[in-house]
Every structure is written in structure tokens, then in C-alpha cells.
Design a protein. Structure first.
Length: 97
């Protein structure tokens, strides 16, 4: 049973976005930096600041993605992202660690 006012499709989008963001962010540099900050500062302030900062960053990504989607196709984005990934891989191999 879903909370009132939320359709099944809305819930699917919400849960998919939550899962994707949670798994993508788990253990990344910003989380490590947040852990370090919380060890020496007020944990409540770090939680509120981190949540607010992440919400703004995600909101800008959603708006930018929506604007980008009106100009280029998802296939072009995937091709550009894959190509850029390969460029970084070659650079990493060439330049070393």
C-alpha cells in the first residue's frame, strides 16, 4: 500500500532515484570528507549542511539534464560519456597512477 496521493509510477521513480543516488554516492570522496568533517564538528550541522548541499547539487543536475534532453538524445549522451571514459582510461594508462 502506497501513501495517499502517490501513484505507483511516482513511487517507482522515487525509489529508483533514491536507490541510484544512494548506491552511487556510497563511499565516494564527498562521503569520506563528510565523515572527516563530522569527526571534528557538530554532527547535526554537518548532516544539515551535507543534505542541503547534496539536494542543491542534485537539483541542478536534474534541471541541467532536463534541458540537455531537449537538445540531444540519450544515445548521444551515452556515446559521449563512454568516449570520455575511454579517454580517461588511456590517459591513466599513459600517465600512470
Amino acid at each position: 500500500n502506497l501513501p495517499s496521493g502517490i501513484s505507483r509510477k511516482q513511487f517507482q521513480v522515487l525509489s529508483q532515484a533514491f536507490t541510484l543516488t544512494f548506491l552511487a554516492e556510497w563511499g565516494d570522496r564527498s562521503q569520506i570528507a563528510t565523515i572527516a568533517l563530522a569527526s571534528s564538528k557538530d554532527p547535526f550541522g554537518v548532516t544539515v549542511g551535507g543534505t542541503f548541499g547534496h539536494a542543491i547539487c542534485t537539483g541542478l543536475a536534474v534541471i541541467g539534464g532536463r534541458m540537455l534532453a531537449t537538445r540531444i538524445s540519450e544515445k548521444q549522451v551515452a556515446l559521449a560519456g563512454g568516449s570520455l571514459f575511454l579517454v580517461f582510461a588511456v590517459h591513466s594508462i599513459w600517465a600512470g597512477p
